[in-house]
Design a protein around this ligand. Structure first.
Ligand code: SDX
Length: 455
């Protein structure tokens, strides 16, 4: 077969003109569509892709996912090997630096993180300002964003040394903030970091230390916590990472960008799903109630939280690993009755045509909540644990975006479907608009006017 040209030939049937777009790395550049015009002064064609289901926003070397094969690799290393053989701080280093650290680099890295876990004492003042029942994700968005006011040098995003300092601060301090938020919600005193402990062990210390002089984490729970952080560390261009990159593209500081990423993660369709899974399992209550719940999902009335994924059309490899960790945790905590409901729900869903036809499999959030609950975390803290694990991934993606010479401030286009120009209507000529008319009017506008070509 002759050498096939890596190009796309497009014929515009409005003009009969043909265009050749180069195909690079399995993609065509959307900007190339702008040359396709009817009249020379036309804006040219746009690509339209709501929710970016088929749009690559960047070139990245950090995480590779093959959704059909259920493959996830950080910098080429399979998630199964990293979960079994690595540690969260080593994986954080890998995501950020691109290579596994030598023993000296790892020791330095761990020491840097350990010695940045303290937060400014003023942080306590505004954590105390929240209601006792404030959702910890709402508090986390606020406190991480507020950290930017303590570190004005974080704005120097072009300085590699200062970027690394903020990266260390964010990975280190998010555990302290998370624990402070929990302690505030239960009226317990804040616990200072213990530099003798590992990253996960210190987090458990700041969460659970009571009156003992020195908290000693259960080694199994400490290990499981660390592995769960590894499993959440990055996941290519998910919603919250896209938010991190978009905010970073305006050259805002990384604390502000991380606050936006946490806000995106808060959503029940994203990181908030692990909390919703537990609420769903509690609502189902017993194995006997599963069929009626599944029926309500198939009627479109509810979603099967913890199932489905934009990329994985096979079993999320992380879900399998999390399921395995549950048995380790239950040896220490005793089993969680929700597990029986979850396993039966999974069995039914994986054999039901509705879910099979939509390729809905358990995702990372399906089993994590059961483990977190068994470990004593309240459901509201579940997405906070996700945020702790995802922080190094957000930061690695943020920095990769900043250093990518092709990137600039993120600013998508739109297809305008609103009104054309119309004169201002004096008050006396306006007809009263009842409250419930607003939606229909907006909907009418959305339907009435076809998209107006850009000039
Ligand atoms: C995470 O992107 C990432 O990588 C995210 C993440 C990460 O590590 O960053 O992996 C973490 O967010 C995991 C996902 C956690 N969310 C949930 O578990 C919430 C429940 N799942 C869904 O809402 C949904 O599956 C999404 C949001 C995860 C993915 O949605 P998509 O890709 O937009 O798919 P879709 O909504 O277009 O669904 C396709 C069809 C639809 O049915 P039809 O309209 O074609 O009849 O599948 C149905 C959906 O209604 N569907 C579900 C369902 N998920 C999709 N039906 C019931 N229950 C579900 N969970």
């Amino acid at each position: 077969m002759s050498e096939q040209a890596e190009t796309l030939s497009i014929t515009d049937n409005r003009t009969g003109r043909t265009y050749e777009l180069p195909i690079t790395d399995g993609a065509v550049r959307a900007a190339g569509l702008r040359d396709i015009k009817v009249n020379n002064d036309d804006f040219g064609l746009l690509s339209y892709d709501p929710a970016f289901t088929n749009t690559a926003s960047c070139r990245s070397a950090i995480t590779f996912i093959d959704g059909d094969a259920g493959i996830l690799r950080y910098r080429g290393y399979p998630i199964t090997e990293l979960a079994e053989k690595s540690s969260f701080l080593e994986v954080s280093y890998l995501l950020l630096a691109g290579e596994l650290p030598g023993s000296a680099e790892l020791e330095t890295w761990e020491s840097e993180i350990t010695h940045h876990t303290l937060v400014h004492e003023s942080i306590k003042k505004f954590v105390d300002g929240f209601h006792h029942d404030a959702h910890p994700m709402g508090m986390l968005v606020s406190t991480v964003g507020a950290l930017s006011t303590f570190y004005p040098d974080a704005k120097e995003i072009a300085d590699p040394g200062l970027r690394r300092l903020q990266i260390v601060r964010l990975i280190a301090k998010i555990t302290t903030l998370a624990a402070y938020l929990y302690r505030h919600s239960v009226g317990f005193p804040y616990v200072y970091p213990d530099n003798d402990l590992s990253y996960a062990g210190n987090f458990l210390n700041m969460m659970w230390k009571a009156t003992e002089l020195k908290y000693e984490p259960d080694p199994i729970l400490e290990h499981v916590m660390d592995v769960l952080f590894v499993l959440h560390a990055d996941h290519e261009q998910n919603c919250s990472t896209s938010a991190m990159r978009a905010i970073g593209s305006s050259q805002a500081d990384p604390f502000s960008a991380a606050a936006a990423a946490i806000a995106a993660l808060y959503g029940p369709l994203h990181g908030g799903a692990n909390e919703q899974v537990l609420r769903m399992l509690s609502e189902i209550g017993t194995v006997e109630n599963i069929p009626s719940y599944v029926a309500s999902v198939k009627d479109g009335k509810k979603k099967l939280m913890g199932f489905g994924h934009r990329i994985y059309k096979n079993y999320d490899p992380r879900a399998k690993l999390v399921r395995g960790l549950a048995d380790e945790v239950f040896k220490v905590t005793g089993t969680n009755p929700m597990l029986d409901i979850a396993m039966e729900l999974e069995r039914i869903a994986l054999s039901d045509e509705y879910f099979i036809s939509r390729r809905l499999y358990p995702n990372v959030d399906f089993y994590t909540g059961i483990i977190y609950q068994a470990m004593g975390f309240p459901v509201e803290m579940f997405p906070v644990l996700f945020a702790i694990g995802r922080m190094p991934g957000w930061l690695a993606q943020w920095e990769e975006g900043l250093l990518d010479s092709e990137q600039k401030i993120a600013r998508p286009r739109q297809l305008y479907i609103g009104y054309g120009e119309r004169p201002y209507t004096p008050m006396e000529n306006r007809s009263p608009v009842a409250d419930d008319d607003v939606e229909p009017i907006a909907a009418q506008a959305a339907q009435a006017a076809p998209a107006r070509p850009l000039r």
